[in-house]
Design a protein around this ligand. Structure first.
Ligand SMILES: *[C@@H]1O[C@H](CO)[C@@H](O)[C@H](O)[C@H]1NC(C)=O
Ligand SMILES: *[C@@H]1O[C@H](CO)[C@@H](O)[C@H](O)[C@H]1NC(C)=O
Ligand SMILES: *[C@@H]1O[C@H](CO)[C@@H](O)[C@H](O)[C@H]1NC(C)=O
Ligand SMILES: *[C@@H]1O[C@H](CO)[C@@H](O)[C@H](O)[C@H]1NC(C)=O
Ligand SMILES: *[C@@H]1O[C@H](CO)[C@@H](O)[C@H](O)[C@H]1NC(C)=O
Length: 329
C-alpha cells in the first residue's frame, strides 16, 4: 500500500478505528494464522478430492464410453434347457490417459430392447481383473452359464440361428482402480454379431444307398457341408430334419452330435428314406443328378437325451432350407 492510500484510509476510518486496515490485518493474522492455514488446507483438500471423486471418474467414464468392444468368437456348448457352457474371445480398444485396471466384474448380456422397454438380461459372464491398455483381450473359456430368462434367451438363439446380423447388448458396472483411487463406472456396449443366416447354402454330396440298412434304419448316407458365416460355435447335438424333393416326402435325415464351427462344417448325414422309394427309379436318378434341390425342415435337436427348446423351436419354426445335392460348381 502506498502512503497516499494509507492516509486516505486513515481519514476514512478515523472515527471507527485508529489503526490502518493493514495493521489490523497483520495483527489479526498474527493471532489467527492457523485458522487461515486450516481453511487453505480444507480448500486444497476439497480441490484434490474433487479431482479424485469428480474429475477422474468423469474422465474414466468418458474413456469407457469411447472404448470399443469387438467380439471375436462365442462358443455355446453343452446345451441344456437351463444352462450351457460359454466361451468368448473379445478385443477392447481403449484410450486411458493414466494407468488403470478393472477389478473382477460380471457382464450381463441382453438383446437391445425397443425404446421404452426394459433390459432383460439372459446370461451373465464373470471375468477376472483386467489391466487397461490401448488394446487388450478378454478371453474366457468354458464357463458354466445359467439361462437367466428363458424367453429372452430363446429370442436370442432364434436371432443367432436365423439372422445374418444381430446386436448384443453387454453391460456391467466395473470398479476402476487408478493407483489407490477406486470407483465404479457404467459399462454399456452394443456389439454387432454375424448370425448363422438360417443355415442357408447347405450342400450335399456322395449320396450312397446302403445295400443293407444300418441297425437304426439308416438306408442312405450323404456327405454334407453346412456353412456357418458367423463367429459362433454352436453345439447342437443330434439334429433331425424332414426331407423332401419336388414336394415329395423322402423321409428324414440325422446329423449326429453336430457342432457348428465358424466356416464350412463337413458332416456325415444318416438318411432314413421311405423304403418304397429306395428302389424307385425317379428317386435313384434324382440322387445322381446335378443340382437336385432337397428341402430340409428341422424337426428336433437332442443333446444328452434332452430336447433343447432354444435350438429346436427356432430351427423348427424357420422356413425350410433348400439344400443342393451334387452342386455343379
Ligand atoms: C478363442 O481363441 C482361442 C485361441 O485362438 C481359440 O482356440 C478358441 O477356439 C477361441 N474361442 C472362441 C470362443 O472363439
Ligand atoms: C484371445 O483370443 C484371440 C482370438 O480371438 C487370440 O488371438 C488370442 O491369442 C487370445 N488371447 C489369449 C490370451 O488367449
Ligand atoms: C465325397 O466322396 C469322396 C470320395 O470318397 C471324397 O473324397 C469327398 O471328400 C466326399 N465329399 C465330401 C463333401 O465329403
Ligand atoms: C432349386 O432352388 C433354387 C432356389 O433355392 C431355384 O432357384 C432353382 O431353380 C431350384 N432348382 C430346381 C432344379 O428346381
Ligand atoms: C418330427 O416331428 C413330429 C412331430 O412334430 C414327430 O411326430 C416325428 O416323429 C418327428 N420326426 C422325426 C424323424 O423325429
Amino acid at each position: 500500500m502506498s502512503d497516499k492510500d494509507m492516509k486516505f484510509e486513515t481519514v476514512e476510518d478515523a472515527r471507527v478505528a485508529p489503526v490502518t486496515r493493514g495493521q489490523r490485518f497483520k495483527r489479526h493474522c498474527g493471532r489467527r494464522w492457523w485458522i487461515y492455514l486450516i481453511a487453505f488446507l480444507v480448500i486444497a483438500l476439497a480441490a484434490v478430492l474433487g479431482i479424485i471423486f469428480g474429475a477422474i471418474p468423469a474422465i474414466a467414464q468418458d474413456s469407457v464410453n469411447d472404448s470399443t468392444l469387438q467380439v471375436d468368437g462365442i462358443a455355446i456348448t453343452s446345451p441344456s434347457n437351463t444352462k450351457f457352457t460359454l466361451s468368448m474371445n473379445s478385443t477392447v480398444h481403449a484410450h486411458s490417459p493414466v494407468s488403470a485396471s478393472f477389478s473382477p466384474q460380471t457382464f450381463e448380456m441382453y438383446l437391445p430392447p425397443a425404446a421404452g422397454e426394459p433390459v432383460v438380461p439372459f446370461m451373465q459372464l464373470s471375468i477376472g481383473g483386467l489391466k487397461v491398455e490401448n488394446t487388450f483381450t478378454i478371453n474366457v473359456s468354458d464357463v458354466a452359464t445359467n439361462i437367466m430368462n428363458q424367453d429372452a434367451y430363446l429370442q436370442f438363439s432364434g436371432k443367432v440361428l436365423k439372422n445374418n446380423d444381430l446386436d448384443l447388448g453387454v453391460r456391467s458396472s466395473p470398479q476402476v482402480n487408478i493407483g489407490s483411487i477406486k470407483f465404479h463406472v457404467d459399462y454399456q456396449k452394443t456389439v454387432s454379431l454375424k448370425g448363422l443366416n438360417g443355415l442357408n447354402g447347405i450342400k450335399l454330396y456322395n449320396a450312397t444307398i446302403l445295400d443293407k440298412p444300418m441297425a437304426d434304419g439308416t438306408n442312405m448316407v450323404t456327405d454334407g457341408v453346412i456353412p456357418n458365416p458367423s463367429s459362433f460355435t454352436l453345439q447342437v447335438g443330434d439334429l433331425t430334419v424332414d426331407i423332401s424333393t419336388l414336394g415329395m416326402e423322402l423321409g428324414y435325415s440325422v446329423v449326429k452330435d453336430l457342432t457348428l464351427h465358424p466356416g464350412d462344417n463337413r458332416v456325415k448325414i444318416y438318411n432314413h428314406i421311405h423304403p418304397e422309394l429306395i428302389d424307385n427309379l425317379l428317386f435313384t436318378a434324382s440322387i445322381k443328378a446335378k443340382n437336385t434341390n432337397i428341402t430340409l425342415t428341422a424337426n428336433s435337436t437332442v443333446f444328452n437325451g434332452e430336447h433343447i427348446d432354444w435350438l429346436e423351436k427356432p430351427l423348427h419354426a424357420a422356413p425350410p432350407v433348400i439344400a443342393v445335392l451334387n452342386p455343379s460348381e
